[in-house]
Structures are given as C-alpha cells and as structure tokens.
Design a protein around this ligand. Structure first.
Ligand SMILES: C[S@@+](CC[C@H](N)C(=O)[O-])C[C@H]1O[C@@H](n2cnc3c(N)ncnc32)[C@H](O)[C@@H]1O
Length: 239
C-alpha cells in the first residue's frame, strides 16, 4: 500500500491542526495532507475541496491508493469556503495558494460564512500563502483574528511561511503588520536568520533596480525599498 509522504511544509501544516475534530482542506489538490491526518487518526473526519475537477480526481485516486477509509472523508468541488459554509470544523487548512487569493477567499466566500448564526465555521485556520504572506497576515490580524502559531519550513530549497489564526475574543485583537511577524520573531525559529536575510536581499535588489530609473515614481519607490532594507537590517541585528 502507498503511504503519503509529506514535505517539511506539509508536516508543519499538519502539526498545527487541532486533533480530535473534523478538518477541511480548501484547494487540496493531491490531498496528501488530509490523507496523512486521517491515516494517523489525528482527526475523525475530513472534507477535501478544490475549485477544479482535475485535482479532485487525483486526490480521489491518492486516497484510494493510500487505503483511507472512504467513510472518513468527503470530496467536494467548490470555490473557497463555499462547500464548508455550514461549519463545525476544528481546523480549516488553506495552503499552497497565493496570499492574495486566500484574502479573496476570506472576503468573497469566507466573511459572510465565518460566523453563521454567530458561530465561526472553524476554531482555527491554518494558512500557507505562497506569496504575499505579509499582506495576508496584516489583513487577518487587522480584522478579527490573532496568530496562534507560526513556523518556517523549507520545500524545494524555498522557505515557506505556515501560520495558524483563531478568532479573537472581545478586546483581544492585536495587529501583527510589521515587515516580519512579531509572533514569529518571538519564536526563535531555526530558519529565521535565513528568512530575514532573504527579505533584505529582495529589498536591496528592488531598491538597486528602481534607483537606476530616471522615472520619478520609480525613484520614490526606490526610497521606500531602501528604508525597508534598513528596517530589515535592524531586525536582523536584533535576532
Ligand atoms: C498549488 S495547489 C496546493 C495544494 C495543497 N493545498 C498544498 O498545499 O500542497 C493549489 C490548489 O488550489 C486550488 N484552488 C485555486 N483556487 C481555489 C479556490 N478559489 N477554491 C478552492 N480551491 C482553489 C487549485 O485548483 C489547486 O489545486
């Protein structure tokens, strides 16, 4: 029998799932994360969704080949949180998509269903944005969510950000909108130095390219990126 093999990134996602409660995986694609969760008995039931039929075929085939009990999961095609609007989940995973897409999922299919009848659809959301992670973190922590876990994990040589959020209790809201998550900085993650160095290199590269331009807007942008690189270097010195 085949077994799901999780990358470090996928393992970090699995580690943040609340055990003993149903889990939903939005944009599941291959379905490896929920398959592994069910085979290990971490959660009693899983809903696997994807907007496209092709990935769901692959996912169905994978779960069959891993021997996952079909009574423990359902596979539903749909957009964002639409297929899970009734709620009742411990954890909703949304991983491997761009941060902007995850924001639009929260705004377009999530916001209206986040609290149907006053209840959230899940206790916890585990997120792994491939891009625009800072925008997603800022968006969520400026609204109703607080970060409850944050980890860096490597996949194919690239550092990925994995974080979990939960709805805040009244008066508990605390934004986390800096260049690097305050929560992450407080965690002493083994990859934090490499992560911040990568951000500094990116800011310097954009600054250098933009500063060569004769265009005024580009020059203004260059100044912002120079200041960003300086702030990141300050963060780096304090690690
Ligand atoms: C790169 S895969 C990520 C697979 C898996 N979640 C992971 O982290 O390894 C992204 C998947 O999200 C699906 N997707 C894109 N937009 C979506 C949406 N609005 N709702 C649900 N699924 C979506 C795509 O079809 C694709 O299968």
């Amino acid at each position: 029998m085949n077994k799901p093999v999780l990358s470090e990134r996928m393992q970090a996602i699995e580690d943040m799932v609340l055990p003993g409660l149903p889990v939903a995986d939005i944009g599941t694609d291959h379905g490896l994360i929920p398959a592994d969760i069910l085979l290990k008995g971490i959660c009693p039931f899983a809903v696997l969704t994807d907007i496209n039929p092709g990935p769901l075929e692959k996912c169905r085939e994978n779960l069959r080949s891993f021997g996952v009990d079909p009574s423990l999961y359902s596979i539903i095609q749909g957009d964002g949180f639409d297929p899970i609007g009734d709620g009742g989940f411990g954890t909703v995973i949304t991983a491997g998509m761009g941060g902007e897409l995850i924001i639009s999922i929260f705004e377009e299919t999530g916001w209206s269903v986040t609290r149907p009848k006053g209840e959230p659809i899940a206790k916890r959301y585990v997120l792994q944005p491939r891009t625009h992670a800072d925008d997603l973190r800022s968006y969520l922590t400026e609204t109703e969510f607080r970060i409850c876990d944050y980890r860096l994990a490597k996949e194919r040589g690239r550092i990925c950000e994995v974080f979990a959020v939960e709805l805040c209790a009244a008066g508990e809201a605390r934004s986390d909108c800096g260049l690097v998550s305050e929560f992450l900085l407080g965690k002493n993650d083994p990859l934090i130095t490499e992560f911040v160095d990568g951000k500094i290199r990116k800011a310097r590269r954009i600054f250098e390219n933009a500063s060569e331009s004769e265009n005024k807007d580009a020059k203004d942008a260059a100044e912002i990126w120079r200041a960003t690189a300086c702030l990141l270097e300050e963060i780096r010195r304090n690690l």
